[in-house]
Design a protein around this ligand. Structure first.
Ligand code: ACO
Length: 324
């Protein structure tokens, strides 16, 4: 028997306000046709004034706790993956802990931008496997619209706000096909930081800053890096692409998703695409897409799910899940 982590609940939350491509074309020199054909995005959600990342996180967390049938009191570790924290400190996870009304256990943030959920799932499952946590709440939540330069059509059309969460629990694994987090593969290359970054921070400008991106260059690195992560992770576990039942990619760009699926030889009917409804929500996009898959009723116990992402840093990586 080996101690592993398994997912026992999932939830998500999207803010009420929806901004369509046509809405954006009223203030920007863009069009629905350009945005859909370049990215697959049709609409995005925007957090209300006064609605912070921790609020999106708590809504997603409460849904995940209800789905798992456990209460916040049963959680001993909260990890929030975010690049849009409420405050410079404390961690958004600490604010979530307070809003969930608990004071035990540990709470901290993981910052890996769009790869945040991939990194967070790796950390959460390692914490459980090493006995430092028994039941963890992992949340990806973002208010990306607050980082946007709304006069820059090349970035303003691509991002949105949202949150997604999973509850993880320790399990004693008797057989490889039982539900568990199979493994993770994490990479970064800080030499590529200028391709996608925010031009502010507490120790430099003293401001929050705005998102800056060399879109074509990011695109150029995405397919190769992500395919490398997926193939490396599969090889580590003596699995092949044919073993993947569901592919739940970070929802950054439909063309990147299709490019990765084609590169690794995965059929489109196994690929989950939700980008049309919420644009790129950074660390929230994978749990949002995973929740859509689960809600659709298409995923069965024992199914093998591949998650992947690439984002600012650059960071990239993948997780493999044997579903509950
Ligand atoms: N509407 C209309 N025209 C636009 C817009 C817009 N919103 N944005 C840019 N353009 C114009 C440009 O000005 C340019 O015009 P020009 O030829 O007259 O100079 C033209 O469209 C082409 O611009 P490119 O940037 O070369 O367009 P490209 O085909 O590369 O598509 C895009 C841009 C969608 C950003 C693409 O490069 C991309 O998806 N890159 C990946 C970026 C990404 O997904 N980042 C998310 C975070 S990282 C991650 O998670 C992977």
């Amino acid at each position: 028997m080996t101690r592993k982590a398994k997912i026992i609940g999932i939830g998500s939350y999207l803010p009420q306000e929806i901004i369509s491509n046509d809405d954006l074309s009223k203030t920007l020199d863009t069009s629905d046709e350009w945005i859909v054909s370049r990215s697959g995005i049709k609409r995005r959600h925007k957090a209300a004034e006064g609605e912070a990342t921790s609020d999106l996180a708590v809504s997603a967390a409460k849904a995940a706790l209800a789905d798992a049938g456990v209460s916040a009191n049963d959680i001993d570790m909260i990890i929030v993956s975010t690049t849009t924290p409420d405050l410079t400190f404390p961690a958004t996870a600490a604010l979530v802990q307070q809003k969930l009304g608990i004071s035990h256990g540990a709470a901290f943030d993981v910052q890996a931008v769009c790869s945040g959920f991939i990194y967070g799932l790796s950390v959460a499952s390692a914490m459980i496997e090493s006995g430092q946590a028994r039941r963890a709440l992992l949340i990806g939540a973002e208010t990306m619209t607050r980082l946007l330069d709304w006069s820059d059509r090349a970035t303003a059309v691509l991002f949105g706000d949202g949150g997604g969460a999973v509850v993880l629990e320790e399990t004693e694994l008797a057989a490889a096909d039982e539900p568990h987090i199979v493994g993770s593969y994490l990479r970064s290359d800080g030499n590529l930081k200028d391709l996608l970054y925010v031009d502010g921070g507490p120790s430099t400008t003293g401001t929050t800053g705005k998102l800056r991106m060399q879109g074509r260059e990011v695109y150029r690195h995405a397919v190769g890096n992500i395919a490398e992560a997926i193939n490396s992770l599969l090889a580590q576990h003596d699995l092949t692409v044919a073993d993947i039942d569901w592919f739940v990619p970070h929802q950054a760009n439909k063309r990147i998703i299709d490019g990765v699926a084609k590169r690794i030889g995965l059929p489109s009917e196994k690929t989950v695409v939700t980008i049309q409804d919420h644009a790129n929500t950074s660390a929230a996009s994978i749990p949002l897409a995973l929740h859509e898959l689960v809600k659709s009723g298409r995923v069965s116990s024992g199914d093998l799910i591949m998650l992947e992402a690439m984002g600012g840093g650059l960071t990239w990586g993948a997780n493999l899940i044997r579903w509950a």
